[in-house]
Ligand binder design. Structure first.
Ligand code: KG4
Ligand code: ZN
Length: 340
C-alpha cells in the first residue's frame, strides 16, 4: 500500500503555520501534495550570538514576523483569502511562547474566514514531509526522525498509525551536533557547520564510541559528545576537521545501522528521513545506500523539507482534517506533546 493511494483530489487549500522554535513559516499546500508556496523566515541570526535559541527572543520575533510571512505565502501561491479551506498550525512540541503565536494566529484567521482550524503535532508534520514529496512511498515505512529536539525511529503503518520503535535516552542527534560544534568553535547552528567542515577531515582519524549500537532501537549521544570533548582536551593540536568528520561518522553509523535493523524487523517496504539532521550529507548518502542494498523504497526529503517549514504542517493538517475533522478552538499549545 502507498500512502498517496488514498488522497482524494478535492482541491482543498490549506494554509500551514509553523512557529514551534526559531523559524516563522507559512505555506499554502493543496491536497497535501501540491506545495504552492512555502515561506520560512529564520531567526538564526538573532540567536547565534547566544549559541542557542533564546525562548523570549523567539516569541517576540514570531509576533513581528508572522503576519508578513503569511501574507507572502498567500501572495506567492497566487490565491486569495477566500480560497483557503483550512488553517493548520503546530501546537506542540516546542517552546510554549513560540507555539502560542502560531496557534493564536491560526485560530483568529480560521474564525475570521469561517474555515476549520487544525492543530498539528510538529513531529507528525516532520513524518509527513517525505510523503508530501513522494506520495508513492510504501507502507509500512520506517521513519528516522532526527532533529534538534528529537531522535526517533518510528514505524508508520497507515495514516496516523505510528509505533515508536526507539528514541534517544539523552541528547537528540541535532543537539549533539550543536554542542560538539560549539565546543569546536564552529558556531551555531552546529549541524550544517560540522557537515561542511567534515568534508576536509578524515572520518576514520579518531575512533569515537558507538553507544548502544547492538541494543534495541534506542539511542544515546551524550557519551559521544563527552568523548569528543575529552579527546580534544587531551590532544589540543588535533585537526578540527578530523574531529568533526570522526564525530559525524560515529553518529551516522549508529543512525543508519538502527534504521536498517528496524526496517528488517517490521518488514518495511519504505524508509525515509525527517527532521533537521536529515539535511546532513553523510547521513543522506549512507541512508540511501542502505535502502538500495536492502531493496527498500527509500526517500530523502529535499533539504528545505527536512528543516522546520510550514508545508509539512499544511500536509499533516490536511490528513488530520480528513481523519479527525476540525480541532476545537480551545486547543492550546502543548510544549511537551508526544507523537505516540
Ligand atoms: O528540525 P529542525 O529544523 O528543528 C527542530 O525541530 O529541532 O532541526 C534543527 C537541527 C539542529 O540541531 C541543526 O544543527 C540540525 O538540525 N541540522 C543538521 C544539519 N542541518 C541542520 N545536522 C547535521 N547536518 C546538517 N546538515
Ligand atoms: Zn522540527
Amino acid at each position: 500500500m502507498t500512502l498517496g493511494a488514498d488522497i482524494p483530489r478535492t482541491g482543498t487549500v490549506v494554509l500551514g503555520i509553523e512557529t514551534s522554535c526559531d523559524e516563522t513559516a507559512a505555506a499554502i499546500v493543496v491536497d497535501a501534495t501540491d506545495v504552492r508556496s512555502s515561506i520560512v523566515s529564520s531567526q538564526v541570526d538573532l540567536h547565534a550570538r547566544f549559541g542557542g535559541v533564546v525562548p523570549e527572543i523567539a516569541s517576540r520575533a514570531h509576533v513581528e514576523t508572522i503576519n508578513p510571512v503569511i501574507a507572502e505565502a498567500i501572495v506567492k501561491a497566487g490565491v486569495v483569502d477566500g480560497d483557503i479551506d483550512a488553517v493548520a498550525a503546530t501546537y506542540g512540541p516546542g517552546l510554549v511562547g513560540a507555539l502560542l503565536v502560531g496557534v493564536s494566529t491560526a485560530k483568529a484567521l480560521a474564525m475570521v474566514w469561517g474555515v476549520p482550524f487544525v492543530a498539528v503535532n510538529h513531529l507528525e508534520a516532520h513524518l509527513y514531509a517525505s510523503f508530501l514529496e513522494d506520495p508513492s512511498l510504501e507502507l509500512p515505512a520506517v521513519v528516522l526522525l532526527v532533529s534538534g529536539g528529537h531522535t526517533m525511529l518510528v514505524a508508520m503503518e497507515g495514516h496516523g498509525q505510528y509505533r515508536l520503535l526507539g528514541s534517544t535516552i539523552d541528547d537528540a542527534a541535532g543537539e549533539a551536533f550543536d554542542k560538539v560544534a560549539r565546543y569546536l568553535g564552529l558556531g551555531y547552528p552546529g549541524g550544517p557547520a560540522i557537515d561542511h567542515v567534515s568534508n576536509q577531515g578524515d572520518p576514520h582519524a579518531i575512533k569515537f564510541p558507538r553507544a548502544m549500537r547492538d541494543e534495541g532501537f534506542d539511542f544515546s549521544f551524550s557519551g559521544l559528545k563527552t568523548s569528543v570533548i575529552n579527546y580534544v582536551r587531551k590532544h589540543p593540536d588535533v585537526s578540527t576537521p578530523d574531529v568533526a568528520a570522526s564525530f559525524q561518522e560515529a553518529v551516522v553509523d549508529v543512525l543508519v545501522e538502527k534504521a536498517r535493523r528496524a526496517a528488517r524487523e517490521i518488514g518495511a517496504k519504505g524508509m525515509c528521513l525527517g527532521g533537521g539532521v536529515a539535511a546532513n550529507s553523510l547521513l543522506r548518502e549512507r541512508f540511501l545506500d542502505a535502502c538500495v542494498q536492502d531493496g527498500i523504497h527509500g526517500f530523502l526529503p529535499s533539504r528545505a523539507m527536512c528543516t522546520d517549514n510550514a508545508a509539512m504542517v499544511a500536509a499533516a493538517g490536511w490528513w488530520r482534517l480528513q481523519s479527525d475533522g476540525p480541532s476545537p478552538l480551545d486547543t492550546g499549545a502543548i510544549p511537551n506533546l508526544r507523537l505516540v
